[in-house]
Write a protein that binds this ligand. Sequence first.
Ligand code: SAM
Length: 280
Amino acid sequence: METTTSGLEPGLYIVAGPIGNLGDLSPRAADVLRRADVIAVEDTRVSARLLRHAGSDRPMIPYHDHSAEGVRQRLIESMASESVALLSDAGTPLISDPGYKLVRDARAAGRNITTLPGPSAAIAALTLSGLPTDRFLFMGFLPAKQKARADALAEVAALRATLIFYESGPRLSESLAAMAEALGDRDAAVSREISKAFEETRTGTLTGLSALYADAPPKGEIVVIAGPPGEAPPPSAEDADAALIEAMERLPVSKAAGKVAKKLGLDRRALYARAMELKG
Ligand code: SAM
């Protein structure tokens, strides 16, 4: 089998790093970081610290998926005869981090690709939440703009799955409130600073947690977990009427019916017909 001077087979090595605690770098990942011919990183200053910890003096090159096409092509060419490690600032590459296009194009070029699996904040927070883990959807960062955020949430409101979001402290309370509005109030958990000195997980409902963080935006890195829609009994006709009347005060009939349908998990057409009756 062909190997490079470092003893590693040529190809791409996707290396998961720690999400806070350097001790979480696996011995096998550290070994690859010491031996790879080159290490593609997001930020050379951030990765320099991890490389020092791993005892690696291997050269780094900055890589982002929006890097010039030429940078990616050169990396893919070098993978034919050299070992290229891909490392993120934190956690698993490709997960809300660069690397997808590099892996896609390396596959298309028939390069060897392997992974050194390890921490990811999404999975760590899911396991801390106490919420169902049998079906989950990783949502990454929600869009910053209100309308785009509401649309992204509306798309998944009816899914019977636990939802995982990356978030920042200053936006946390507002995002939790937007989730409650679009998904209906649900059990939720907020984990921050996982594996670091001030690790903390708070649980409650989306609205309760939104209120908790409204006056004191938390510091540090944050993951929000929202449980699946509850198994509550279907809303009564009176509840549906009340929601329709309230929505029609702000919205045209068809939009009001759509919004209530999503919120209460009811049939949109039936609600539209009922809304017309109520209006009439
Ligand atoms: N690739 C990383 C992974 O596998 O988790 C995620 C990178 S993404 C750019 C960074 C986001 O991940 C942060 O804004 C935060 O939402 C989340 N995150 C990273 N480290 C974390 C930690 N120690 N505790 C809580 N959330 C964390």
